[in-house]
Write a protein that binds this ligand. Structure first.
Ligand SMILES: N[C@@H](CCC(=O)N[C@@H](CS)C(=O)NCC(=O)O)C(=O)O
Length: 247
């Protein structure tokens, strides 16, 4: 089993980015100290970032320095979270060589993440884009996707995935999005019916409350700021759609 010595970590991040949020949650759950460098997403990435950190220009990026591997940079939120969980075995995920039970648990966690990514995730952007009456319709479709795809997978949650008493990689991946869904369903950004629809799903609503109560999920979350940013985003999208239609 791997057990890394305590690394020196710099996380290139923005507190408004749901993908970067995954890295913050993972680091907090693992109780690993780190420094953060905040990247202003409203400006183009500076050359040093593209050259030394991530040529793709995206955040999050994790600079990880340890005796075993020297200094490396890891990019892509799912890969960062998995790397940290593998290098620092914990409650987040059993490691891959722990036997058949661990392999099965990992397969279920990965199935949950895959289901969220392929069946549910895209609705958030679709709802940002929806105009007028289409918003309510899109909101209904999103709730239906949660109900069909995720509700059955959370049958045994107690309060976390597969009966875990602590957060797992399943929560790490989806927490940034469920907290946004709840906070932005204020009638101004997303319809209130979205939150109301989710509240009617017993497994998801119970699980979501447990997720949103975790300090690892809330410690970088500034609800007021995120609601303001959400409103700005929806206003910009509406203006650009109207401008295109007027052409
Ligand atoms: N697949 C990537 C997506 C990361 C991503 O899209 N990050 C956004 C911020 S939330 C970004 O860096 N955008 C570049 C920009 O806005 O210039 C991951 O999971 O890490």
């Amino acid at each position: 089993m791997i057990s890394a010595s305590m690394p020196t970590i710099t996380l290139y991040t923005s507190h408004s980015c749901p993908y970067a949020h995954r890295a913050h949650i993972t680091l907090k759950e693992l109780d690993i100290p780190y420094e953060e460098v905040l990247i202003d997403l409203e400006k183009p990435r500076e050359p040093w970032y593209l050259e030394k950190v991530n040529p793709r220009g995206l955040i999050p990026a994790l600079e990880y320095q340890s005796d075993e591997i020297g200094k490396v940079v890891i990019v892509e939120s799912a890969i960062i979270a998995q790397f940290l969980a593998d290098a620092h075995p914990s409650h987040l995920s059993p490691v891959s060589n722990e036997g058949i039970k661990a392999a099965y648990t990992r397969s279920r966690i990965n199935y949950f993440i895959d289901t969220y990514n392929t069946k549910v995730a895209s609705y958030m952007m679709q709802l940002f884009m929806a105009q007028g009456d289409a918003k309510e319709e899109k909101s209904k479709q999103w709730v239906a996707a949660w109900e069909k795809e995720i509700e059955p997978l959370l049958e045994g949650a107690d309060p976390f995935f597969m009966g875990s008493k602590e957060m797992t990689m399943a929560e790490v991946h989806v927490a940034p999005f469920i907290i946004r869904l709840y906070s932005l369903s204020n009638g101004d950004i997303f319809p209130v019916s979205l939150k109301e629809g989710i509240e009617k799903l017993p497994n998801i609503s119970k699980w979501a409350k447990a997720v949103m109560a975790k300090e690892s999920v809330t410690y970088i979350w500034d609800e007021e700021y995120m609601v303001r940013k959400g409103k700005e985003k929806i206003t910009q999208i509406a203006a650009s759609i109207q401008a295109k239609q007027a052409k």
